[in-house]
Design a protein around this ligand. Structure first.
Ligand code: SF4
Length: 127
């Protein structure tokens, strides 16, 4: 099956494409957000944008996808990346046999983050 077949039903393909990439003062995403709100392939669009943009910063993202502006997508990607990192830290910590330094290296963070995440996990488990 064609991975892009969902695009056949994309409402933005039937409207003004410039509304999804507004620029200049006084221009906004309001019109595009209305279209996205009624779009039947919003979930596919959201997944596509996530794959396309990865963990890029706000500056690397352009236009509206699935009803979300670049800043919101960047924030969501950042939160997802932190959640993934924290889950890895907890998994490695709970498995045992690794020092905080080794866990920090494996999770690509500093040792303080390892201490903070494992302490919060311990507090949560105790509650
Ligand atoms: S949800 Fe995605 S595919 Fe649908 S109109 Fe918005 S940008 Fe286009």
């Amino acid at each position: 099956m064609n991975a892009y077949a969902w695009m056949d039903d994309a409402l933005c393909a039937q409207t003004d494409p410039d509304a999804f990439h507004p620029d200049g003062p006084g221009h906004g995403y309001r019109a595009a957000a209305r279209v996205c709100g009624a779009c039947p392939v919003r979930t596919d669009c959201e997944r596509h944008a996530e794959r396309l943009e990865g963990t890029g910063s706000h500056a690397d993202r352009h236009g509206m996808w699935a009803g979300t502006v670049p800043r919101a997508r960047a924030k969501r990607a950042e939160t997802a990346a932190k959640d993934q990192r924290d889950a890895l830290i907890i998994r490695l910590h709970d498995r045992g046999g690794m020092s905080p330094e080794e866990i920090a290296t494996a999770a690509d963070c500093d040792k303080r983050t390892v201490y903070r995440v494992t302490a919060a996990h311990r507090d949560q488990a105790a509650a």
